[in-house]
Design a protein around this ligand. Structure first.
Ligand SMILES: *[C@@H]1O[C@H](CO)[C@@H](O)[C@H](O)[C@H]1NC(C)=O
Ligand SMILES: *[C@@H]1O[C@H](CO)[C@@H](O)[C@H](O)[C@H]1NC(C)=O
Ligand SMILES: *[C@@H]1O[C@H](CO)[C@@H](O)[C@H](O)[C@H]1NC(C)=O
Ligand SMILES: *[C@@H]1O[C@H](CO)[C@@H](O)[C@H](O)[C@H]1NC(C)=O
Ligand SMILES: *[C@@H]1O[C@H](CO)[C@@H](O)[C@H](O)[C@H]1NC(C)=O
Ligand SMILES: *[C@@H]1O[C@H](CO)[C@@H](O)[C@H](O)[C@H]1NC(C)=O
Ligand SMILES: *[C@@H]1O[C@H](CO)[C@@H](O)[C@H](O)[C@H]1NC(C)=O
Ligand SMILES: *[C@@H]1O[C@H](CO)[C@@H](O)[C@H](O)[C@H]1NC(C)=O
Ligand SMILES: *[C@@H]1O[C@H](CO)[C@@H](O)[C@H](O)[C@H]1NC(C)=O
Ligand SMILES: *[C@@H]1O[C@H](CO)[C@@H](O)[C@H](O)[C@H]1NC(C)=O
Ligand SMILES: *[C@@H]1O[C@H](CO)[C@@H](O)[C@H](O)[C@H]1NC(C)=O
Length: 407
């Protein structure tokens, strides 16, 4: 109606359809189904085409071929203004350029200065002598946005304390001449590497890979990947924030006794173990120091006991998750009436002091013996005195997390 040439065009199309073999496409164009583009920026449409077998004789690739883009409808006869780009013309509705080499059937096209009314479906057509054809089945859907969509962060596998990890952040680059710049914000030191890469549908993305070594202190902290798109003389910024899930062995393991005061034989006492770990602690184990050796006495986060004469003494707990375990400091269960602990402590202190003096004399002795070689370092002594505090024969090897002054 608005475009009366319509009927004529349809007849022509029908005739060419009959001549070509009905149902066969006249042109096979390949392009992405959808492109998300930014207003004010450019858009590159990756495009290539093939001439179907039945037209191979008609198409002469040595003759220069022009490319035409129509919007909304491939049958432009009805509305010539739907022809928004014709590479034979110098002035077009859309400012653009076919950047691909048409002789190599590469119809990659860039349109500049995208505005919101560019949102549409676009069909490709070639025109040469004597062959002209449109792929009426294939179109690219251009979606125009004022603000860029958020970049995407990818984590592969577990983020584990002390183990270097790499995360990817990717942001689409619909206008590859002006790709976004990606930056990271992390709670720890890191290195990054950025590159422009091609997606399977030939569109481009910027990929940024960050590498860092997380600590358990980074658990539940945020990391951010920011994409800055240059648009004209300004920038458009978007970002993606992700909370880190760092898995770590039990930390801050501690044991407590309730009630804390000396108790009577026959009364009830609870020993409670606490710890933080990711994934959470699966087993708590209780040990009592018997003589010099730890004895496993219970499992479970709380250990309730009806106190008997033999229960007084030192206890500690061990928390374990799938990674490792952590050990608490020792706690003292005092029993009323058994006032030996004070004397025992005195003896212990005297004993330890004597032991240290003995060690010291030994060291002096060896230092004197091996005067010419290097002196034994002070660290040996420290190591040994720590050794007294971590009883041998325990399964928990995670000494570093226990530490924290076993005075
Ligand atoms: C293609 O066009 C060139 C130049 O016009 C001509 O020389 C050649 O014969 C043509 N080839 C075919 C197969 O028509
Ligand atoms: C493209 O431009 C050429 C040269 O002006 C013209 O002959 C042709 O008809 C145009 N194609 C379309 C689809 O408008
Ligand atoms: C097509 O041309 C574009 C733009 O020049 C180029 O980036 C792309 O690699 C070419 N595609 C192929 C398949 O050669
Ligand atoms: C396009 O491709 C043809 C044939 O492969 C080649 O001769 C020509 O130099 C290319 N043109 C450009 C601009 O690269
Ligand atoms: C397109 O943008 C460029 C700068 O990116 C500007 O110089 C030019 O005037 C714009 N053209 C139109 C038609 O808006
Ligand atoms: C990050 O991208 C690189 C390159 O494409 C890939 O080899 C790697 O597997 C990706 N890593 C993640 C975590 O997705
Ligand atoms: C992490 O990000 C979320 C949402 O993005 C925010 O609600 C939260 O406060 C952030 N946490 C920290 C520690 O910054
Ligand atoms: C845009 O961002 C770049 C860094 O990505 C910066 O160098 C430039 O100064 C910014 N321009 C404006 C106008 O903010
Ligand atoms: C503790 O055990 C003794 C003897 O078996 C019993 O008489 C007493 O009631 C128990 N105390 C508690 C608090 O269970
Ligand atoms: C010990 O724990 C039990 C339950 O776990 C509770 O009923 C009891 O009151 C606690 N006793 C003390 C002395 O805290
Ligand atoms: C965090 O990581 C732990 C250990 O890998 C896992 O068990 C847990 O499900 C994760 N939590 C979330 C919210 O992803």
């Amino acid at each position: 109606m608005a475009c009366p040439e319509n009927m004529f065009f349809l007849i022509v199309l029908f005739m060419s359809g009959v001549l070509a073999g009905f149902g066969q496409p006249d042109l096979i164009a390949t392009m992405p189904r959808r492109l998300d583009v930014l207003t004010g920026s450019c858009v590159q449409i990756p495009c290539s085409f093939e001439i179907p077998d039945q037209h191979k004789n008609t198409f002469n690739s040595t003759i220069s071929t022009s490319g035409v883009w129509t919007k909304e409808d491939p049958h432009f006869g009805k509305c010539p203004e739907n022809v928004i780009f014709n590479s034979s013309e110098t002035v077009n509705i859309y400012q653009g350029k076919i950047t691909g080499n048409m002789s190599q059937k590469n119809c990659t096209t860039v349109f500049f200065n995208v505005t919101t009314n560019y949102a549409n479906k676009y069909y490709f057509r070639i025109e040469s002598q004597p062959f002209r054809a449109t792929d009426t089945d294939t179109f690219v859907h251009i979606v125009v946005r004022d603000l860029p969509s958020s970049p995407i962060i990818n984590v592969s596998g577990e983020v584990r304390e002390g183990t270097p990890v790499s995360l990817n952040c990717s942001a689409i680059a619909p206008c590859p001449e002006h790709p976004p710049e990606l930056t990271w914000t992390l709670p720890t030191q890191f290195t990054t590497e950025n590159q422009l890469q091609e997606n399977p549908d030939q569109t481009k993305s910027v990929l940024s890979t960050v590498t860092f070594t997380p600590s358990y202190l980074n658990h539940k902290m945020n990391i951010t990947c920011t994409a800055v798109y240059p648009v004209g003389t300004s920038n458009k910024t978007t970002q993606h924030t992700m909370m880190l899930n760092v898995s770590f062995s039990p930390k801050d393991t501690s044991a407590s006794i309730s009630p804390a005061d000396p108790v009577l034989v026959g009364s009830c006492v609870n020993l409670t173990c606490s710890s933080t770990a990711n994934p959470p602690v699966t087993t708590f184990t209780w040990f009592q120091i018997c003589g010099d050796k730890p004895m496993q006495v219970a499992s479970g986060q709380s250990y309730s006991l009806n106190v008997t004469v033999g229960d007084g003494g030192l206890y500690y707990c061990e928390a374990r998750n799938s990674h490792d375990c952590g050990k608490s400091k020792e706690v003292q269960l005092d029993i009323k009436g058994q006032e030996e602990p004070v004397n025992a402590k005195v003896f212990e202190i005297v004993g330890k002091t004597l032991g240290l003096l003995f060690l010291f004399s030994l060291i002096v002795f060896f230092a004197w013996r091996r005067r010419t070689s290097r002196l034994p370092s002070g660290f040996d002594m420290t190591d040994r005195s720590q050794g007294q505090n971590s009883p041998p024969g325990t399964v928990c090897s995670n000494q570093a997390t226990v530490g924290r002054g076993n005075q």
